[in-house]
Every structure is written in C-alpha cells, then in structure tokens.
Design a protein around this ligand. Structure first.
Ligand SMILES: Nc1ncnc2c1ncn2[C@@H]1O[C@H](COP(=O)(O)OP(=O)(O)O)[C@@H](O)[C@H]1O
Ligand SMILES: [Mg+2]
Length: 390
C-alpha cells in the first residue's frame, strides 16, 4: 500500500510494531461486535447485505502452511503494505487468499485488529469476506475468500500484452458495484464506517468482474450524535486523500466520496491517482483534470483512457466525468451523498447495457442534476457523432 510519505502511523505505540499482542486481544476486539447496529438494529438481509454469516475461524500456522504448500512461490498473488498474499486451499476444498503480516511492513498490529473487527461485523455482497485469521506466535495472517480476477488496479495499469484492457461497460459496472459497497458502509451501518483507503488496489474482482471492497485496516467509525467529524491522524494514500482531511485530520464520510471521485477519474482517464513518473504538476490525476472539470468547455473525449481505443459512449464519458467532478469538489459539504453517486453510476452502467445509442437512454437522477457539472454535459451537442459501442 502506498501511504503518503507525510502520513504517519495512527495510534502506533512504541513496542507494538512486532507481533507481540496477545491472541486474547484479537478475540476481545471481535467480541465487541454487539455494540454495532446494522440498519438501526434490524436483521441484515436486504440490499445486498449477506444474510448467511459464517463465524470467523481461527487457523493454526500449520493449517495455512498446508493450504499454500508452505507458501509456494507459484501460489504468490501479490504484495502490499501488509505483506505477501498467497492462494491456498483449505481442507474443506475452499479456495482462499492468505495475507501474511510482514513484521517490517508499513502496516501492523493495529490494522490487523481493525481488519478482523470490521470484517467480522460487516457483511455485504460488495465487501470481501474474511474467513478467518491466524495469530500463532510470529505468524499473523488473514484468510479471505479468493477473488479470481485480482485487484482492479491489476486491470488498469502496466497491462501485459496478452491482457485486454477493461471495456467501458465493465468499468461502469465495477464503479456502480463498488459504490454499493460504500453505500452499505455509509448508510446502512450505524454509526457509519468510513473506509479511508478507497483506491483501485482495494477493489477486488470476482467472476464477471464483480467488485468487492477490501482492506479495512484503516477504516474508522464515523461521527455520532452532534459531532460533524472524527479527528484522526491523517492516513491514506497519496492522490486519493480529501484535501480537508489531509489538512486538518477531520474525517467524514465525504472524505470517502472524494477518494471515490479519484477512482472514477482513474477508470475514465486511465491515469493513476498518483503517478510519480509524470511531471510534478500532473502527478495527481486530480491536479491534471481539475481545470477541465471546472470548465465544461474544456471537457473533451481526449480525456478518456487511450486504452479504450475510443470505444465509449461520448455522452456517457461526460456524465462519468461530471460525477467525478461532483465527488471531487473542494468543499466537502457540496460533495454528493454515496446513494446519489451509486444511483448515477448504476444508471450509467445500465444504459451501457441496454443500448448502443446512449442518447436515447434514461436521464441522470434528479438529485445530481442540480449540480452545475451535470448541467454542463446535458448541454453537450448531441448531434456530433458518437464514438460507437462495443
Ligand atoms: N482476496 C484476494 N483474492 C485474490 N487476490 C488477492 C486477494 N487479496 C489480495 N490479492 C492480491 O494480492 C495483492 C496484494 O494485496 P494487498 O496486500 O491487499 O495490497 P494492496 O492493496 O496494496 O494491493 C493484490 O493486489 C491482489 O492482486
Ligand atoms: Mg489491498
């Protein structure tokens, strides 16, 4: 995980960066689940909330070593700030991804505990399933359902020649699904959960590019009662972090909306949220895009990811950019709520599905039409030729 170099480790205390926390602590964190409520205390089971919740299992080191043939190299899936991830098979035949906590990694015990706590409480079809964990002496590991298509980031940048780029329709569907996961965190959980690390590498893909949010180690409970924000040390990833949060440490659900806006921009333009290989003024995709997002006359189809090879509905492109622009507004209060973003993206995804002729499709949800960025694409000249649709 690429944490901002200016960002510190939150709440990390000297002496806790090793693996010396007692197992009882993990258990007590998991047991605190009764303090949360989903849907104001009602039983989950609607709107994609997973009804069947299996208890989180504990594994021994040897069970997980056996599952991965002692972490065989050819079962290696990737490495993030937490440590290495391997594919494995449990004794019941279930395919899993096993993430080992790296002693020297950027993340540590605190994130491990928060991940276990959050994922034992949160269950939704667009959130990764945690199957269990291991805290045997030095071997701390997390066991997840296996996501066969890897992370969204794996499908966006530095593609090997034999890998086809994602098409427009798939991109919109992934965004709509990820927004549903965020909506569950913001609107269905009380108090809301702020994800805090929304970016393509934390959106994993199942069969048919079905997206699931992953990596809840930085997640935070949102403000309760009269509080407007929670104060925290600034954590997150450069390029995705909301400006007011980076400047003040005041965290709200609107910080997630900003990060999600960066993800939309990344999928539409094919530029990384932060790319140090680019010239300084355009290392952050938001800095590069802002002048165009602020002035609709500067919006152009040239902003689209060249890997799309011009295969996108022109008006759909402007709509997606307009949604991104609203999420990226500097004033947090002006950013839309996640259900509005989700509705708009679902609309785009379904329009892409039903028709090649985008112009005849349903209009943008009313809640978003109020925003100036949407008005601007409604005024685009629809007589210009469309780029066609695969
Ligand atoms: N549940 C999973 N199923 C399949 N692959 C996974 C899973 N979790 C992680 N991976 C792979 O391992 C890589 C590293 O994951 P992670 O440790 O979460 O780091 P990061 O989020 O920084 O990419 C991911 O990019 C992905 O390719
Ligand atoms: Mg991840």
């Amino acid at each position: 995980m690429g944490f901002c170099s200016c960002f510190g480790r939150e709440g990390e205390q000297k002496g806790t960066s090793g693996l010396n926390l007692p197992q009882a602590r993990v258990v007590s964190v998991v047991e605190s689940r009764q303090h949360y409520s989903v849907n104001g205390g009602h039983e989950p089971g609607t709107n994609g909330e997973n009804k069947t919740q299996f208890p989180i299992r504990t594994f021994s080191y040897y069970e997980l070593a056996a599952a991965t043939t002692f972490f065989k190299e050819d079962l290696f899936l990737g490495k993030g700030g937490f440590g290495c991830v391997h594919k494995g098979w449990l004794d019941n035949g279930q395919v899993v991804a096993i993430k080992q906590l790296d002693r020297n990694g950027l993340q540590g015990n605190r994130e491990f505990l928060v991940e276990v706590l959050m994922l034992s409480l949160l269950h939704h079809e667009h959130l990764i399933n945690l199957i269990g964990y291991c805290t045997d002496s030095d071997h701390w590991m997390l066991v997840y359902e296996y996501m066969p298509l890897g992370s969204l980031e794996d499908h966006l940048h530095d593609l090997p020649p034999d890998k086809a780029p994602l098409d427009w329709k798939t991109r919109m569907k992934i965004l709509a699904g990820a927004a549903k996961g965020l909506q569950y965190l913001h609107d269905k959980i009380n108090p809301p959960v702020i994800f805090r690390d929304c970016k393509p590498s934390n959106i994993l893909l199942g069969e048919g590019y079905f997206p699931k949010l992953s990596d809840f180690g930085l997640a935070k409970l949102g403000p309760v009662g009269d509080k407007t924000h929670v104060s925290t040390r600034v954590m997150g990833t450069r390029g995705y972090c909301a400006p007011e949060y980076a400047a003040t440490g005041k965290l709200t659900v609107k910080s997630d909306i900003y990060s999600f806006g960066v993800v939309i921009l990344e999928l539409v333009t094919g530029r990384r949220g932060y790319d140090e290989k680019r010239p300084k003024y355009e290392q952050e995709v938001v800095d590069w895009a802002r002048p165009m997002l602020k002035d609709h006359k500067k919006l152009s189809k040239e902003m689209a990811d060249p890997a799309l090879k011009k295969q996108f509905p022109r008006r759909g492109l402007f709509q997606a950019l307009a949604i991104a622009a609203m999420c990226l507004q500097e004033e947090a209060a002006k950013r839309p709520k996640i259900h509005e973003v989700m509705t708009a993206l679902s609309c785009l995804a379904s329009q892409s599905e039903v028709s090649n002729d985008y112009y005849g499709g349903p209009s943008t949800p009313k809640s978003l039409q109020k925003q100036p960025m949407v008005d601007c694409y409604n005024q685009q000249d629809s007589s210009r030729t469309d780029q066609g649709w695969r």
